[in-house]
Write a protein that binds this ligand. Structure first.
Ligand SMILES: O=P(O)(O)OC[C@H]1O[C@H](OP(=O)(O)OP(=O)(O)O)[C@H](O)[C@@H]1O
Length: 168
């Protein structure tokens, strides 16, 4: 079995989620409404966790949106659980657990390109910085220098009991 190195423990993950929530608040002081768009499945869990903190620290009306990415033959197809009326003319925050090449976030972003919006921001818990797509990460938990063959495993649940990030 490949060796696993614990990169972030439960407490550190919660601290990063709290910090990112405060950064989102600071970046949107004049806003009333925010759409958190989590990429299924771990990005969606992270979006749920951010929603929980933002409910405590902000007065935002929060909409949680799920982005699904499915492989159809060699293509990726993105879809959402809610229609565009839920994000039209709003601030959208796309959330995923890890950024590696940027492809997943690029597809997530694609969902919103044909609808007017106020602004789009991105959140990742871990940015591995192997970008081959021009995707900016606005709010990042941890920037991690990794080699390509390494794998970042994010374990996360809604309550935060199981939270761990490993490098293997
Ligand atoms: O920036 P990218 O190169 O698109 O990589 C990032 C994506 O990779 C991982 O998911 P994936 O399902 O690919 O990997 P897994 O085997 O860890 O589930 C991770 O959860 C991101 O969604």
């Amino acid at each position: 079995m490949a060796s696993q190195l614990l990169i972030l423990n439960k407490k550190q993950i919660q601290q990063k989620i709290d910090r990112i929530a405060y950064q989102i608040l600071e970046d949107n002081l004049n806003e009333k409404e925010i759409v958190l768009a989590g990429i299924w499945d771990r990005g969606y869990k992270l979006a749920l966790r951010l929603e929980k903190v933002l409910k405590k620290i902000s007065g935002f009306k929060l909409t949680l949106l799920r982005i699904d990415l499915q492989k159809e033959s060699s293509k990726l197809v993105a879809s959402t659980d809610l229609d565009e009326s839920h994000w039209k003319n709003k601030v959208i925050i796309i959330v995923d657990d890890v950024l590696n090449s940027g492809k997943t976030l690029a597809y997530g972003l694609g969902v919103f390109l044909n609808t007017p919006h106020k602004k789009i921001r991105t959140v990742v818990l871990v940015d591995r910085s192997h970008k081959i797509f021009p995707i900016a990460t606005d709010f990042v938990g941890l920037e991690l220098a990794t080699i390509l063959k390494e794998h970042v495993d994010v374990v996360m649940d809604v309550e935060g009991e199981e939270d761990r990030v490993y490098l293997s």
